[in-house]
Design a protein around this ligand. Sequence first.
Ligand code: SF4
Ligand code: SF4
Length: 444
Amino acid sequence: MEHKLNKAYPKHQTGRFRTIKNVTSVVLQLILFVTPWVNWGGRQMVLMDLPGRKLHLFGWTFWPQETHFMFLLLVMAGLTLFCVTSLLGRMWCGYACPQTLLSHSFIFVERLIEGDRHKRVKLDKSPWNADKLSKKVAKWSIWLGMSAYLGLTFAGYYTPIRALFADFISGSAQTGTLLVIGFFTGFSMLFFGFFRGRFCATMCPYARFQGAMFDRDTVMVNYDMVRGEPRGKAKDPNAGSCVDCNLCTQVCPQGIDIRNGVQFECINCAACIDACDSVMEKLDRPSGLIRYASEAEIEGDKTRLLRARPILYSVAILSVFTVFALLLSTRTPLEMDVVREAKGGAFSQSADGRVSNRYNVRLINKEAPDMTVQLSLEGFEDAELVAPVNPITVEAESSKVMQVFVLVDPKSVKPVHRFKITATDSNDPNTQKQIETTFLRGAK
Ligand code: SF4
Ligand code: SF4
């Protein structure tokens, strides 16, 4: 068996699970490549605008003040992964993880140029000659092209992709942009061309802790030891179903032998199931010696789908989703921060006897179009708001900061008086943001 740090040479294997995997791979890679090109409401549908510190997602623009949305999305994604893992093992790794799917695309190119498993092993062991050199140059050149395209695509999630491509093709891209593309190109080459399954076996944190989510009823790729052992020749009447042909290990992209039991390197890709089923078919024996099954099923019991762990995960996902949906439905495009000045000049008395406090107000228009924002006070019998401009225009997706003064007759307020500042969009009075703050009266 190949060591997990050595390069694996998976033999090509067709079968029903390979077909499912090919279909999901094409669909998911299409989503990866097409998404940054899709516009929504006149701008890129998914864009992490790092210089602008904004996230554009399906027509919404999230500001740094709204990181709780990202946090809730990540928690939901994590809980969903945990729930699927507790029910179906590492289904994510085998059928949806970019590391697996993109590595397979790179292996596909390798197989086209260097041949299937035994030819690749032979080529790597052979001394360098013109044939080996030409094949290696061809493979790495195509991989470089694929990596560069991946690099551009990944960078396109952070920089507007249309301008990025135009600059890259015309050679007018700035050094910083080229560095970002170069980083992602090198990253793709290293992770999908070189590391491949070694990443899953040695670096992926999920591979390490997924065991904590498994139980006796988790369905995963299993070898039926009861039926398969003892291994032996097909004609041996005392042998089990496994004829020890080793095809299951030869097709494994992780270079492991599933007959040794569940291993953390296994990504549940089911290539060994397809391989073993093809052997069983040739021997005219029932398929499923290696199959998706729970430990309970292998031991002759029934698999319980309804059990505490997935139910708890489902309840947690639903709860987080409810909070997310509530927050999203009450989200307004207008945001405001108010900070009372604490240093010199924060408190002063005017000639007419009124006292004033100074506040820094930050208004954010999170979406398009421009807003005309009117500031007003609530919680005083008689007070005046003095601002440089009121109402003030806040352009789409931008913010404005200004200092305002609140002037009050000291007889009408408590020493520490709570009140509210309200910002209202004059074009849409339903768009409002209210902040409660304090007014310090000072000594009478
Ligand atoms: S492919 Fe099936 S029969 Fe062949 S070694 Fe693996 S488990 Fe045994
Ligand atoms: S043991 Fe089977 S399911 Fe696991 S990685 Fe290898 S081929 Fe895929």
